[in-house]
Design a protein around this ligand. Structure first.
Ligand SMILES: [Zn+2]
Length: 159
């Protein structure tokens, strides 16, 4: 399943990419969103009823959400049949640009990450489109916590 998310759903769009879903984001105009969805066979995700109606009329599949929170939105998408599998870097897409991420040999990032990071980690991933480098550091661990909460509904008092 491929998606296109409206401008109100930036956080959700980044998470869909992390979960491996090809997700366009950043297109402002409703008609452009519908056009891109038709061209690319994408499902539109929106909280805007007006956009949802227009898209339906144009024959585009729409997941109309009502929740304000990331947790609630993920829950709603699940009800639409979207699966959320455990976050795993090799399956993720770049949260910044939606590009594919691939694991690279450590030597390839030498000089491109802080020396301390290079010393400490063995696992590095690079976005093929924007060149962003990822490694399983603190930020990744924070994401795993959110991932568990999203998928398993772990207690909110943890953070
Ligand atoms: Zn990227």
């Amino acid at each position: 399943m491929k998606f296109i998310a409206d401008m109100m759903l930036g956080r959700l769009a980044r998470w869909l990419r992390l979960y491996g879903y090809n997700t366009l984001y950043g297109i402002v105009d409703d008609d452009d969103i519908i056009k891109r969805a038709l061209e690319g066979g994408r499902v539109i995700i929106t909280r805007d009823e007006g956009l949802a109606e227009k898209a339906n009329a144009a024959g585009v599949e729409v997941f109309l959400l009502s929740s304000n929170s990331l947790e609630g939105q993920v829950e709603e998408l699940r009800r639409f049949g979207v699966e959320f599998r455990e976050l795993f870097p090799a399956n993720a897409r770049c949260p910044k640009c939606n590009g594919p991420i691939e694991r690279v040999p450590k030597e390839e990032v030498k000089g491109r990450v802080p020396e301390s990071v290079y010393e400490k980690y063995e696992e590095f991933y690079v976005c093929k489109d924007c060149g962003q480098i990822y490694w399983p550091g603190r930020q990744w661990r924070e994401m795993l916590k959110i991932d568990r909460k999203l998928r398993l509904g772990k207690s909110k008092e943890e953070d």
